[in-house]
Design a protein around this ligand. Structure first.
Ligand SMILES: Cc1cc2nc3c(=O)[nH]c(=O)nc-3n(C[C@H](O)[C@H](O)[C@H](O)COP(=O)(O)O)c2cc1C
Length: 371
């Protein structure tokens, strides 16, 4: 049924549809009773799906990835659609408009999107007010932090701290985003020394606020060795985990596609191979000492299951949700239960890293992700 509706929605400019759908989700989130009712139908409540990570309980391993709710306060309505967690942001300390439109593009043949939103958001103070008022919150709320476009790189740490301070009370976990391709120079902050100067004070601040978990989100375009080094740094400075990965500046599987020429980060199905390879690499290096949220190209339960078996403790999706519609979380959660039953496993946590540990064939990066 969503297929027909999607064909209609896809006739319109992507950001217009995003605004329209956001209004529906906001309405849903404002009525806690309605949200709870819908969640009872859409979320698969089963103890076998529950995951404990960074001191938090996730009712399901599937979360909504950052970027859908950029601090607009939609999280309650998104929880109603069955996600086990919702990560909001990226939120910067001060409001900013983002890049000129159009800045979001569909590639249906590739099941992908390209975006160059540029951290459009209302700023940390406004976001803090909105999340304080959340009527419905059945799972952890992650808050993804960024720096303002005009902040010079050498003052980036101040922005991450300021955004954290404003939002510390309302988030359950926090993410340092240094991996979006749409803020000039942002990804240079993935250099170890630059990153250390951001992470050390932020982890100290998070400790002072009751030990809130801080994670780091990396780009899929980093060389494997750089990911190794950054994963070591993550443990050294006391991060709770890594998110692998953000959108790619590569254009895997989209040659000859005119839209592929648009600047920005690509998400969706073409990312899955690289995300799996990164997750299994980091899992083999650190095991359960550095939990991973695996994200990139998860469209169905098989994709989520592969990501978990590659080493992800939790998974997230965004583009798959756009293509899959409101039943996305439900289908994946049901499918994960089927996988657990077929594998004879008692719960998701028992499946984490099974493929990586067994050295089973985890697909490596597609050759065309030339990065
Ligand atoms: C339109 C759009 C906006 C996004 N905005 C953000 C963002 O603000 N911060 C962030 O960390 N990731 C952002 N992402 C990246 C997603 O969180 C995710 O890492 C990426 O899309 C890969 O997952 P997917 O293939 O399931 O979409 C955005 C993705 C899309 C498609």
């Amino acid at each position: 049924m969503y297929g027909l509706l999607r064909a209609f929605l896809f006739l319109f400019e992507p950001e217009r549809i995003h605004r329209f759908v956001s209004r529906l989700i906001r309405f849903l989130g404002k009525h806690a009773g309605l949200a709870a009712l819908l969640r009872r139908r859409l979320a698969v409540e089963d103890e076998r799906l529950a995951v404990r990570a960074f001191g938090l309980r996730f009712p399901s391993p599937l979360g909504l990835a950052a970027g859908f709710d950029k601090g607009e306060g939609l999280a309650a309505g998104l929880f109603a659609l069955g996600f086990g967690s919702v990560e909001v942001g990226t939120i910067t300390p001060r409001p900013q408009p983002g890049n000129p439109q159009p800045r979001m593009f569909r590639l249906p043949a590739q099941q992908a999107l390209i975006n160059r939103m540029g951290f459009n958001n209302a700023g940390a103070a406004e976001a803090s007010t909105r999340y304080r008022l959340l009527a419905f919150r059945p799972g952890p709320l992650g808050i993804n932090l960024g720096k303002n476009k005009e902040t010079p790189a050498e003052r980036a740490a101040e922005d991450y701290l300021a955004a954290f301070d404003a939002l510390a009370d309302v988030g359950d976990y926090f993410v340092v985003n240094v991996s979006s391709p749409n803020t000039p120079g942002l990804r240079d902050l993935q250099a170890p020394e630059a990153l250390r100067s951001i992470l050390v004070p932020l982890v100290a601040a998070a400790q002072a606020r009751g030990g809130k978990p801080v994670l780091l989100k990396l780009a899929p375009d980093l060389a494997d060795e750089d990911v190794d080094a950054l994963s070591d740094l993550a443990r050294e400075v006391g991060l709770a985990g890594l998110i692998l990965a953000n959108t790619t500046i590569g254009r895997p599987t989209a040659e000859g596609e005119p839209v592929a020429k648009e600047a920005g980060g690509m998400s969706g199905a073409p990312l899955l191979g690289r995300a799996l390879a990164l997750v299994s690499r980091v899992y083999l290096r650190h095991g359960s000492r550095l939990p991973i949220i695996g994200v990139g190209g998860i469209f169905d339960a098989d994709d989520a299951w592969r990501m978990i078996r590659a080493g992800a403790t939790l998974v997230q999706g965004y583009t798959g949700f756009i293509y899959g519609g409101p039943g996305y979380a439900h289908r994946i959660e049901r499918g994960l239960l089927r996988h657990l039953e077929q594998a004879g496993l008692p719960g998701i946590e028992a499946a984490v890293g099974l493929d990586a540990r067994e050295g089973a064939a985890t697909p490596s990066a597609p050759a065309r992700l030339g990065v």
